[in-house]
Design a binder for this molecule. Structure first.
Ligand code: HEC
Ligand code: HEC
Length: 301
């Protein structure tokens, strides 16, 4: 009997030790998981450039604080103002969690569950992969907090209602990260990611219907921008006139081979985005544009 009780108590001690070990192991896993999930701010800074975040979130005037909001974005539905996205707890998004940020970009929802307007190009940004979103978040956290207040949007009656966006989303929004396109090389797929997700080129280069939804059959085939100006056809039909070097020169310098400069909106894309890409990323972007199906340009009217 005695022997039996002793065995039971040593067993209990062993069990306790084993549990402790398990606990420690679990903690270690949780900890390393945490650090692995921590975004890389340096990478995030590059991704923010590849996505042109600064343009829409910085007022257009001398000395404006980057990312502190105030930029006016004119659309047929009214004028939107890019909000302050610095880590200021009141004026910016300082009180947000990483999960709030990922949700905003992946599904276009505010922390309170209401919709963002697609003037915030989350229909493209939804394709940014999780790791890159965490890096972007880590970068935004390093910005100096600015108390500059975000401006109310100035929208037409009805279009200003966030719940209306729910219907728009049903028709035109497919959330989810980018996955490689079968049949494309790794390089062209990297380019596809830069064009479709980060660069959000289709937000301007794909024409829209009267509801502001992209015409997917005319993907990147150009037409009219929301401000009524002509936007170029980026499929081979439109870009065949330039060889790879000319196209890359344009994306870096903003000059066409004839020495022309592009419309203001594209000039800004060149300044903020394409001129900041690494050489391999620029090669990838061009490689992808060359794989697009050729679509005719819209007739000028
Ligand atoms: C084409 C312009 C445009 C670009 C580019 C853009 N944004 Fe925005 N962003 C907006 C607008 C407009 C809103 C406000 C939308 C609304 O109120 O429904 C917004 C809202 C946000 C919000 C929510 C802020 C809040 O207070 O609720 C975050 C976060 C954000 N953007 C981050 C980013 C990041 C990160 C990038 C780059 C990856 C980026 N944005 C690029 C226009 C843009
Ligand atoms: C904010 C709107 C906007 C965005 C976003 C945008 N573009 Fe453009 N882009 C334009 C407009 C407008 C033109 C026409 C410029 C002109 O004719 O002066 C243009 C012209 C071009 C041209 C010149 C084509 C030609 O035949 O002259 C290229 C190349 C181009 N864009 C590539 C891109 C790429 C790649 C991206 C994504 C990284 C992109 N654009 C994103 C508005 C935009």
């Amino acid at each position: 009997m005695m022997h039996n009780r002793q065995m039971r108590s040593t067993l209990r001690v062993h069990l306790k030790v084993a549990l402790r070990v398990c606990e420690c192991a679990l903690l270690a896993v949780a900890w390393s998981g945490n650090t692995a999930a921590q975004g890389d701010a340096k990478r995030g800074e590059y991704l923010a450039k590849a996505a042109g975040c600064v343009g829409c979130h910085t007022e257009e005037k001398e000395g404006a604080v980057p990312f502190a909001g105030g930029r006016a974005l004119k659309t047929p539905f009214g004028t939107f103002y890019g909000p302050n996205i610095t880590p200021h707890p009141k004026a910016g998004i300082g009180s947000w969690t990483e999960a709030d940020f990922i949700r905003a970009i992946r599904v276009g929802e505010r922390p309170d569950g209401s919709n963002y307007f697609p003037a915030f190009p989350y229909p493209s940004f939804t394709k940014i992969v999780d790791g890159d979103l965490r890096d972007l978040w880590a970068y935004l956290r390093t910005l100096p907090p600015s108390a500059h207040p975000s401006k109310e949007h100035d929208l037409w009656f009805f279009f200003g209602w966030r719940w209306v966006v729910t219907f728009w989303k049903w028709f035109f929004f497919t959330p989810g990260p980018f996955t490689n396109i079968p049949g494309l090389s790794d390089i062209a797929n990297r380019g596809a990611y830069l064009v479709q997700a980060l660069g959000h080129c289709s937000e301007c280069h794909t024409p829209r219907n009267f509801l502001g939804g992209p015409k997917s059959s005319r993907y990147l085939a150009g037409g009219k921008a929301p401000d009524g100006k002509a936007v170029a056809n980026l499929t081979p039909t439109g870009l065949r006139k330039w060889d790879d070097k000319e196209l890359k020169d344009f994306l870096v310098t903003g000059f066409t081979p004839d020495g022309d400069v592009p419309a203001e909106s594209m000039g800004e894309v060149v300044t903020n985005t394409t001129s900041k890409l690494t050489a391999p990323d620029l090669d990838a972007l061009v490689a992808y544009l060359r794989t697009l199906p050729s679509l005719p340009s819209e007739k000028k009217s």
